[in-house]
Design a binder for this molecule. Structure first.
Ligand SMILES: C[S@@+](CC[C@H](N)C(=O)[O-])C[C@H]1O[C@@H](n2cnc3c(N)ncnc32)[C@H](O)[C@@H]1O
Length: 235
């Protein structure tokens, strides 16, 4: 019997609770427990109360962050229903009541309910080679990648002042220029960045996360810059 407490501090122990096909992909696909704990703390420090995990997989981030930050609400939305079934099972196992999971397209649920958004590069899989994709359950494509990134940019642009966005391995696309990068630290196999929404503004540029930092990119150049960053990543 695995102790719930040890699973909240050790990836190996947590991942043992997942079936092999989900566990085997954990290092690449699911937030490590130490990163989840840190991201939860950053949401709390920056004043978020209700966080949407955009593409929550089997719920590892929500379960760890929700267990450690009981005053926050975490809502995980995932396109693959069978992962949500594991998330619900694990939430019951850990007895966490401040988290909720739904099987839906996370870019199509209303975002005005939330003051925090977590992205572990959820849309990048659209651009993966077939053998690197998690499974065949989701229909993925470059066209979907482009349209989801544009939808997310516009949803984030409309978010309330003070909205907290945390990325791990980046969001994967443009972040509106109204956001300020307030924290940027190494974590796990990449970086955690914290962005806070300021007053809305019309702007000709957007942020793109790149390497250790973030670039200001003219809106007209976003597509081209993303393509060249993706090519660099494949080299
Ligand atoms: C890299 S995993 C991160 C999982 C989880 N957030 C974590 O940190 O452990 C990205 C997840 O996003 C999901 N996803 C991608 N696009 C989605 C969308 N539009 N709606 C819902 N889920 C999506 C994928 O199926 C995958 O499970």
């Amino acid at each position: 019997m695995i102790s719930p407490l040890s699973a909240l501090v050790d990836d190996y122990v947590f991942d043992q609770l997942l079936p092999p096909y989900v566990r085997n992909r954990s290092p690449r696909y699911w937030t490590p427990v130490a990163v989840a704990a840190r991201v939860g703390a950053l949401f709390r420090v920056h004043g978020a109360r209700k966080v949407l995990d955009v593409g929550c997989g089997p719920g590892k981030f929500c379960i760890v962050a929700g267990s450690l930050c009981s005053e926050l609400q975490f809502h995980g939305v995932e396109q693959r229903p069978r992962l949500i079934r594991h998330g619900n099972r694990l939430a019951r196992y850990f007895g966490v009541t401040n988290i909720r999971f739904d099987a839906k397209d996370a870019t199509l649920v209303p975002w005005d309910d939330y003051d925090g958004f977590y992205f572990f590069n959820p849309f990048a899989e659209n651009m993966f080679q077939a053998q690197d994709r998690f499974d065949d359950d989701a229909s993925l494509s470059a066209a979907r990648f482009g349209s989801e990134l544009l939808r997310v940019e516009s949803l984030l642009a409309r978010a309330r002042v003070g909205t907290v966005v945390v990325t791990y391995h980046g969001l994967g696309g443009p972040i509106p220029s109204s956001y300020e990068l307030v924290a940027n630290e190494p974590a796990g196999t990449n970086r955690i960045r914290v962005w806070i929404q300021g007053p809305a503004r019309e702007s000709s540029w957007a942020w793109l996360e790149e390497g250790d930092g973030a670039l200001r990119v003219l809106r007209n150049d976003v597509g081209r810059t993303l393509a060249s960053l993706a090519a660099k990543g494949r080299d």
